[in-house]
Design a protein around this ligand. Structure first.
Ligand code: CUA
Length: 363
């Protein structure tokens, strides 16, 4: 066919070069929405897939007609250019069909959307004693998680038990943020002056497939891209143990290890204690992340694995992992500072940890 002869290599190559970009896409990466672990997440995924396939069907029909027309009615070389085709205006049959068809398509999408939204609303209002309630406050650029019924406050790492409904009361301390755990459910905004609610029930067995990643999904300036958190879905026993630790069983304990003792002093001397509360030991400021039982955390600053090296890097220069964040650099490179940092790391990693030699094994 003439049409294909006109397709020169120079036109095809750029299109082919474009395809490797698709290699950047993956279906089951850490932030996947295709491997969800809650029933509400699966219903949302079904809704997305319905819309996707409908959209794809429309795309295929439109492109098929489009290609058919441009190939079939292409001007041939021997065509007399002065010969203007017959002019037409309007086509009642077509006009009616392309008005009615989209209406039908929209109805097909609207009905399940409204039904799911109403179901979510109805479920939000229905609370049970088994629910885990978490008050989530978005701060530039970290997450505060408070469990009002359990008297627990923590930051950047959320613990929820599998099989129970977790209800999140979403608030913002400053600007718009958005709470999003892609493998659990759709996102919802944290809006200053407005209380939003989001809930989901992690599937039984979902504790096996950790970790789950959370993200701020609303541009909140500065370190927005690094405003992340982890969701630890626990078995009932793990969750009870964590609650027990967070409620006091391990709070007052300070290891007699000399490095830990030195770190505890440095924590106060350098002013860390002025901002960061460690329950049972230091009263900081509620506007900054609570570090109670920090030794049990799996991540540093919501981002990096909680190894001694990473925690030291974070303390030494908080701008490395989370550019733009508000934590000050306390160090000038003076002599003895590395030892202080090492001691603070040892102190923080001792918090909530029974046996210090087990500290890194727990993660
Ligand atoms: Cu908070 Cu983006």
């Amino acid at each position: 066919m003439k049409f294909f002869k006109r397709l020169s290599l120079a036109r095809i190559i750029p299109a082919i070069l474009f395809f490797p970009l698709l290699a950047g896409c993956t279906e089951l990466g850490p932030g996947t929405t295709f491997d969800v672990k809650t029933s509400i997440g699966r219903q949302q995924l079904d809704l997305f897939m319905l819309t996707f396939w409908l959209g794809l069907a429309v795309l295929i029909v439109v492109f098929a007609v489009f290609l058919f027309v441009i190939i079939k009615y292409r001007v041939s070389d021997d065509h007399d250019k002065s010969d203007i085709p017959a002019q037409t205006h309007g086509h009642t049959g077509l006009e009616i069909s392309w008005t009615i068809l989209p209406i039908i398509l929209v109805i097909i999408m609207v009905v399940p959307t409204v039904r799911l939204t109403l179901l979510q609303e109805a479920e939000s209002a229905r609370t049970s004693e088994n629910d885990i309630v978490v008050n989530v406050t978005g701060h530039q650029w970290w997450w505060k998680f408070e469990y009002p019924e359990l008297g627990i406050t923590t930051a950047n790492e959320l613990h929820i038990p599998e099989g129970k409904r977790a209800t999140f009361n979403l608030k913002s301390a400053d600007v718009l943020h958005s709470f999003w755990v892609p493998q659990m459910a759709g996102k919802k905004d944290l809006i200053p002056g407005q209380d939003n609610v989001l809930w989901f029930i992690p599937d039984e067995g979902s504790a096996q497939d950790e970790p789950y990643y959370g993200h701020c999904a609303e541009l909140c300036l500065g370190a927005h891209a690094y405003m992340r958190f982890r969701v630890k879905v626990d078995t009932a026993e793990e969750f009870d143990a964590w609650v027990n630790d967070m409620q006091g069983a391990s709070l007052q304990k300070v290891s007699a290890d000399p490095l830990v003792q030195k770190g505890r002093q440095a924590y106060v001397q350098k002013g860390c204690a002025g901002c960061h509360t460690v329950q049972g030991q230091h009263v900081g400021n509620a506007r900054y992340p609570d570090l109670t039982n920090y030794g049990q955390r799996s991540i540093v600053a919501g981002i990096e694995t909680n190894t001694p090296e990473n925690l030291a890097t974070w303390i030494r220069d908080p701008q490395i992992f989370k550019p733009g964040n508000y934590m000050p650099t306390l160090w000038s490179g003076a002599e003895g500072e590395e030892e202080q940092i090492e001691a603070i790391v040892a102190y923080l990693h001792s918090l909530g940890v029974e046996d210090l030699s087990q500290a890194s094994a727990q993660r």
